[in-house]
Design a binder for this molecule. Structure first.
Ligand code: CAA
Length: 699
């Protein structure tokens, strides 16, 4: 064998093809070539059956995503798969870890499959803006039926080995150690004279529900809005039922290439690597020793504190919830129980798992109980004086080396750290609401935060299932600072003549999960109102919050009071445009002498998104975020930015920075607002013909 990533060995009657391409045995060109070479060898030797298995922590986790932007090198994956399926001796595959994407497609082309009990099997290509491009859309329906195949391919979610066995995707669960168990299984098949059994020659079973495809399209219309791959996937699963394998594979190839070459897939591949890059900090070595975190405390049993406590409890880390009064504590604990009970009801978790997690949570009113904890997360009222008082008390109560974190979303973490004698142990941990659900965690590095505290927090975030992004101190950090620029444009557009529905629809059609005004109504308009008063801003004294202040003064707080920017149907909670708001807007515009005009959807999208881009560039220039891809991850995971557009910074690159700068200048001209002055970083990069991505590097 030329390449060491695939080894072939003859073990009496069994030819073993062992793939060893760490970390996840991706199907690189070398692996593909190695498999073809192994097949050539096996064709003429005395083997009677071939066994494919993988070294390391997993079976093949898919095609090598790093090769996608490059010129394809032979052999192609479909060729390798055809060679396996058409091999004259039976080929069997033993799976472990994750058999994903091209990895599962390869396994499906083998004649028999077995897996260790904790294996997960799936076709996650849709998450990369792709579809299975090596026969997956045609072979999976032949093995598990069209309904489950469509569900698996269009959700990208993996299934367990047990479910795979039940559905017919695998033939056997292996017990014990992978290789000996796999060999025993293969030898049993051999003893039973198991014949060659090409998956592609099987018929597709008739669906139990003949309307499943139409139902699927209807149910997912909103989720898949604007995306290319899901439509093709539905078409291909339908084709698998009605056409020959050859025809199905041909159309699958066309659709796969269309997706692979699309900007959507480029964006989603960027997101895949960007998500993994956030943990790599340019100035902190990866091998920095971590502080052990075995016990945690959360101060404040409100919605945020309770959600944060659940994150730790669900990850098996004992957590003490601290409150100032017994009834607050009881309410907080009750809310946690309710939240867990709801997830059991919805089938997300088992009752046993939840019972164990609840055992990890205790409560106290006494800071003396925090003497032995390794980490405290403060989640009290967003007020500097209150936070400083809490940190002073924590400083006195906690052992040396305990990390003290604040869940502030705006406040100056340096000032909070200064309330203690150990600012090196103080860090910001900005969770997003609901904290037990939202993936994003902004890890705020204050001036004096120690490197090992940052590194410990970044790793801990992954343990509790979060995507951490390290950010610096400024008002609102990365996400809320950008949100402010974005929301400001929404308000100005309303005063210049757009309606709430028009702004929200334009943004939703562009791909945002929810328009900015609907988001405001959902969160509650009183939150921003209070925050403006805390900052000493008088009600209705600022143009961009004049409408929001007026609405709150009219008791229109958003969904919770039945009206805000919209009216809400009390039964269905459906939003309805409200002529009263349109009139208010005209009155406020008159009062502030803002001329009203017709505004097109394109201007709405440009103004909101380019406000994000310009603010993001300023954030990068100030070093508040380490790299543009970190900004993308914040906005995608915290603010409903469509991942298939890659995040605001990636999107700016896709427009071209020259175009972005020109459009910013046009907007400045149009609105007379100096805020549209392009950020110096954009000017520099555009002048040099460079992209924001050039700053991502590969740390
Ligand atoms: N190609 C290239 N690199 C990959 C990769 C792939 N398919 N999958 C993972 N990696 C890399 C990651 O970038 C990461 O690299 P760094 O350490 O340098 O950051 C490393 O492998 C480890 O990955 P994770 O940090 O994600 O490790 P994990 O243990 O948390 O998760 C995993 C492992 C579940 C396999 C996860 O990596 C994953 O989901 N991978 C992607 C799977 C996928 O999407 N496969 C489909 C590919 S497309 C395809 O196959 C198309 C086709 O039909 C032909």
């Amino acid at each position: 064998m030329q390449d060491v990533s695939v080894h072939y060995e003859l073990n009496n009657t069994l030819g073993i093809i062992r793939i060893d391409n760490p970390p996840v045995n991706a199907l690189s060109q070398a692996v593909r070539a190695g498999i073809i070479e192994a097949l050539e060898q096996a064709r003429s030797d005395s083997s009677q059956m071939l066994l494919v298995l993988c070294a390391g922590r997993t079976f093949i986790a898919g095609a090598d995503i790093t090769e996608f932007g490059k010129t394809p090198q032979p052999p192609s994956l479909p060729d390798v798969i055809a060679a396996l399926e058409g091999f004259p001796k039976p080929v069997v595959a033993a799976l472990h870890g994750t058999a994903l994407g091209g990895g599962l497609e390869l396994a499906m082309a083998c004649h028999y499959r077995a897996a260790l009990p904790d294996t997960r099997l799936g076709l996650p290509e849709v998450k990369l803006g792709l579809l299975p491009g090596a026969g997956g859309t045609q072979r999976l329906p032949r093995l598990v039926g069209p309904e489950l195949a469509l569900e698996m391919i269009s959700s990208g979610a993996p299934i367990t080995a047990n479910k795979a066995l039940e559905a017919g995707l695998i033939d056997q669960i292996l017990e014990g150690e992978l290789e000996p168990a796999a060999i025993r299984w293969a030898l049993t098949l051999l003893a039973d004279s198991a014949p060659v059994r090409p998956t592609g020659e099987r018929p597709v079973a008739a669906p139990a529900d003949t309307d499943f495809l139409a139902r699927h399209l209807k149910q997912n219309a909103r989720k898949h809005r604007g995306q290319l791959a899901p439509g093709y996937i539905a078409e291909l699963v339908e084709l698998a039922q009605n056409a020959s394998l050859e025809e199905g594979l041909k159309r699958e190839r066309e659709c796969f290439l269309a997706c692979k070459n699309s900007p959507q897939s480029a964006a989603l591949r960027h997101v895949f690597f960007a998500e993994r890059a956030t943990g790599k900090l340019p100035d902190i070595p990866a091998d920095t020793p971590l502080r052990p975190i075995k016990r945690v405390a959360v101060i404040g049993a409100g919605t945020m504190g309770g959600g944060i406590a659940m994150c730790f409890a669900s990850a098996g880390i004992p957590v003490i919830l601290v409150e100032t009064a017994q009834d607050y504590l009881d309410n907080g604990l009750d809310k946690i129980r309710q939240n867990y009970a709801n997830s059991v009801k919805r089938g997300r978790f088992s009752a046993e798992a939840v019972a164990g997690w609840l055992d990890n949570i205790s409560g106290t009113l006494d800071y003396a109980d925090l003497a032995e904890v390794d980490l405290v997360i403060e989640a009290v009222f967003e007020n500097m004086a209150v936070k400083k008082e809490v940190f002073g008390k924590l400083d006195a109560a906690c052992k040396p080396g305990c990390i003290l974190a604040t869940n502030t979303s705006y406040l100056d973490v340096n000032a909070i750290a200064a309330a203690t004698r150990r600012p090196a142990d103080v860090i910001g941990a900005h969770f997003f609401s609901p904290a037990n659900v939202m993936k994003l965690l902004e890890v705020v590095r204050a001036e004096k935060t120690a490197a090992d505290v940052v590194q410990t927090f970044m790793k801990l975030a992954r343990t509790i299932g979060k995507i951490p992004v390290a950010v610096g101190v400024c008002h609102g950090f990365v996400g809320n600072r950008m949100l402010r620029a974005y929301a400001r444009q929404a308000q100005l557009l309303l005063l210049e003549g757009a309606t709430p529905s028009q702004v929200d629809k334009a943004m939703e059609n562009w791909g945002m999960a929810m328009g900015p005004l609907a988001v405001g109504d959902l969160a509650g308009l009183d939150i921003g109102y209070r925050s403006r008063r805390d900052q000493g801003i008088e009600p209705r004294s600022v143009l961009e919050s004049a409408l929001a202040d007026t609405l709150v003064d009219m008791d229109r707080l958003g969904q919770k009071s039945g009206a805000g920017y919209y009216r809400y149907d009390p039964e269905t909670r459906a939003r309805q445009a409200d002529p009263e708001v349109d009139k208010l807007l005209r009155d406020i515009a008159d009062e502030w002498q803002v001329p009203q005009r017709e505004i097109g959807d394109e201007e709405i999208v440009d103004r909101l998104i380019l406000a994000l881009v310009n603010e993001g560039a300023a954030i990068l220039q100030e070093g508040i975020a380490a790299r543009p891809s970190d900004v993308d991850i914040v906005y995608i995971n915290g603010y409903g930015f469509p991942s298939w557009r890659g995040g605001p910074m990636f999107y700016a690159d896709s427009l071209g920075l020259d175009t972005v700068v020109a459009r910013l200048r046009e907007l400045r001209e149009l609105t007379g607002d100096d805020g549209w002055e392009p950020a110096p970083l954009l000017l520099e990069l555009a002048a040099a013909g460079n992209s924001l991505a050039s700053l991502n590097g590969r740390v």
